[in-house]
Design a protein around this ligand. Structure first.
Ligand code: ADP
Ligand code: MG
Length: 667
């Protein structure tokens, strides 16, 4: 049995369909796991609860009666007896069974008791002689028959020549109490009970995690071979700089900064993720490390996903570091070509210390004399290749990722490889939590009167809408449409500005600058303001069609306010606030970004939250970096053991992992 066609029941047409779902050899059927199971178990002994689904064995006591209710709808009532009690069973559209249901026939019905136990409505009915107790695997196989699909798998399971040989060292199977591979396939496709399924799933997940951990381990060995000069930074200068900051670092910021500096001192390249909620003050930690790098005579590349964000980082760095004689430059696609030439020349000659920019930093004309430190903001917005490209502009630079969508450690490893994680959990002192409200459009009048109050105190307000222009396809608010409404409610003497992704970059920068210095009071924008924008005088955020955005995204947008000691408010406006509450209640209940991103990840999955194509999350058939953290930990520790074991299977696994690592990107 080497080809699919060798399996009884599979012809050319079926073969084609199987190929379409990724099955090209009999063996592939084994790793096409059931998407769920249906448990066949008689509930006769269980207490009967009204409306609850039950599977009951009963005996027909009289010929069924058939009713034609209307076209295509028949009802059959069957008098039965269940454990001595007479029960009327109703079943729809199964008139063709009538002849089989003779008195004394034993049948199994699935359904529930209705109408105060007066009758049992059955959705499924089979003859008792065809009933098989146990777990029935359910496969999602589109246009193939599920029953045949299962039969083919059972045929493959019977053929010892096809079943793959055990790959994992016996010591590991014993240590982790895992079934053998062949046994696993039997248990997953033909389980006798729930336990079989659980045992098999554990082994499959474990193996997936172990393979991943082995590759990570191989990669780590590779990196640890890479020696880099320790950064000879001037700690006294850094200390003096810290003393001049207008605030004291929070304990978490201090901890994170220490982590980073310890990495800088090592003779191995840093690979660290600094995660912290919006406004937690990650930038200053990055800036301290950047300054230290400058004192060590090396250059820094700082890449951010949007022009606005990059420009803002540039302005912050410039404000703090220019007085210290550090040359900071900004580079984006909108930088005029003359200026760009100057900047790239000065980077090449080492005259510029720090360059902050967008994807433009990846262009070929951008090169460094000696770039020793790369900072990547909102890393998940960049693909694996782009992160690699920036890294390659230096010589094994230290790399620091910043992220405002905090993620569990296992997931960070999935996204970024052997990464160390520092987390800023606390916000700077004096921040007041943003009061959040989920409202319907009928509350807009109130929203506008709150706006008026804020504006009268000379504070500023954000409005976010999903679309730029009206769209037939989507029934969402657009900038065009909302502008009319806003104009009507804007108090005299107050101005507004519009910001969206399709505006020219210099215009965007201009709008931002005027909002920052409070020349404009209200900013009406799309979600381009999502990341980073820092305007501490803004105290009110209104998000229209809030139900259209992801939780993390909404949290990010809310993070644009509450950046000062003034109390701030956020309004999430939805078509149907009660329906939206199911998903958005987390936002109202907490402002803890860790909790929110966790909830978002659970609801939408990492692929959606981070953008699957960009993120480079390893794809497992069954394991999940989110749910199987404990198993991953075991796999990681076992991977280290495999690498040091002499046993034959361990050697094979190790060799495979080492061979993979060269071309190994985490995607
Ligand atoms: P994020 O973590 O979102 O990147 P930022 O680094 O932009 O946050 O910091 C948000 C604001 O908080 C900035 O205006 C910054 O100057 C300020 N800030 C940072 N750290 C502190 C601190 N320890 N105390 C007070 N304000 C701080
Ligand atoms: Mg930031």
């Amino acid at each position: 049995m080497t080809e699919l066609r060798d399996i009884k029941g599979i012809g050319p047409v079926t073969e084609k369909k199987l190929r379409a779902i990724g099955i090209s050899k009999p063996r592939d059927l084994l790793t096409y796991y059931p998407s769920r199971y249906k448990e066949n178990r008689l509930d006769n002994e269980q207490p009967w609860v009204l409306q609850e689904t039950l599977m009951l064995l009963c005996e027909v006591t009289a010929d069924p009666r058939l009713f034609f209710i209307r076209k295509n709808l028949t009802k059959m009532t069957v008098k039965t007896i269940i454990d001595g009690k007479p029960v009327d069973v109703h079943i729809f559209n199964r008139h063709f069974l009538k002849k089989m249901l003779r008195p004394k026939t034993k049948i199994v019905v699935t359904g529930s008791f209705k109408d105060n136990f007066r009758h049992f409505t059955s959705s499924d009915l089979i003859l008792h002689k065809n009933f098989k107790a146990g777990m029935k695997p359910i496969y999602s196989v589109a246009d193939l028959s599920e029953m045949s699909f299962h039969k083919w798998i059972l045929r493959v399971l019977e053929d010892d020549a096809i079943l793959p040989q055990e790959r994992l060292p016996e010591a590991l199977l014993v240590k982790r109490d895992l079934p053998l591979l062949q046994d696993t396939y039997h248990k997953i496709h033909a389980p006798r009970n729930k336990r079989d399924v659980a045992v098999a799933q554990k082994r499959i997940k474990y193996e997936e995690m172990l393979m991943f951990a082995l590759r990570l381990h191989a990669q780590r060995i590779q990196t640890e071979k890479t020696e880099v000069p320790r950064k000879g930074y001037d700690i006294e200068k850094v200390r003096r700089f810290i003393a001049t900051l207008p605030f004291e670092l929070t304990d978490d910021q201090k901890q994170a900064t220490n982590d980073i500096f310890r990495d800088l001192k090592k003779d191995r390249p840093m690979n660290r993720l600094l995660q912290g909620d919006v406004g937690s003050g990650k930038t200053v930690c990055a800036m301290l490390a950047a300054y230290a790098t400058v004192t060590a005579g090396e250059q820094i590349a700082f890449m951010a996903p949007t022009e606005i964000l990059a420009r803002q980082h540039h302005d912050t760095f410039n404000e703090f570091l220019m007085p210290l004689g550090v040359a900071v430059r900004f580079l984006s696609a909108s930088t005029p070509s003359e200026e760009r030439k100057h900047i790239t020349a000065d980077l090449q000659s080492g005259k510029v210390d720090i360059v902050i920019g967008t994807h433009a930093l990846l262009s070929e004309d951008v090169g460094f004399l000696h770039m020793g430190f790369a900072i990547i903001d909102e890393q998940h917005r960049f693909g694996v290749a782009q992160r690699e490209q920036l890294r390659e502009k230096g010589c094994h630079p230290d790399v620091l990722y910043l992220s405002a969508t905090p993620i569990p450690r296992t997931l960070a490893i999935g996204l970024l490889g052997n990464i160390h994680v520092s987390s800023i959990m606390q916000l700077p002192k004096g921040r007041k939590p943003v009061r959040s409200f989920l409202v319907g459009y009928d509350a807009m009048d109130d929203v506008f009167s709150v706006m008026e109050k804020e504006l009268s105190k000379n504070r500023q307000v954000f409005f976010v809408v999903p679309l730029i222009e009206e769209s037939d396809a989507m029934n969402h608010m657009s900038i065009d449409a909302f502008e009319h409404v806003l104009k009507k409610h804007l108090p005299e003497g107050k101005s507004y500005a519009i910001l969206h992704g399709r505006m020219p970059d210099d215009e965007k920068a201009d709008v931002m600058a005027r909002f920052k210095d409070n020349t404009t009071a209200v900013l009406l924008s799309t979600s381009v303001i999502e990341v980073g924008m820092d305007v501490s005088n803004a105290t009110m955020m209104v998000i229209i069609n809030a139900d259209r955005f992801g939780l993390s995204q909404l949290h990010q947008m809310r993070g644009r306010v509450g950046r000062s000691g003034f109390p701030s408010k956020a309004y999430f406006v939805a078509d149907d606030p009660e329906k939206a509450r199911e998903r958005l209640h987390v936002l109202i209940e907490t402002s803890d970004g860790f909790k929110i991103s966790e909830a978002d990840l659970r609801m939408r999955g990492p692929g959606e939250v981070f953008g699957l194509s960009q993120a480079g999350i390893p794809r497992f058939m069954m394991a999940s970096l989110l749910d199987d953290a404990a198993l991953f930990k075991q796999a990681q520790s076992d991977a280290a053991d495999v690498f040091s074991a002499d046993e034959r299977k361990a050697q094979v696994l190790k060799k495979q992992a080492m061979e993979h690592v060269d071309g190994f990107h985490l995607d």
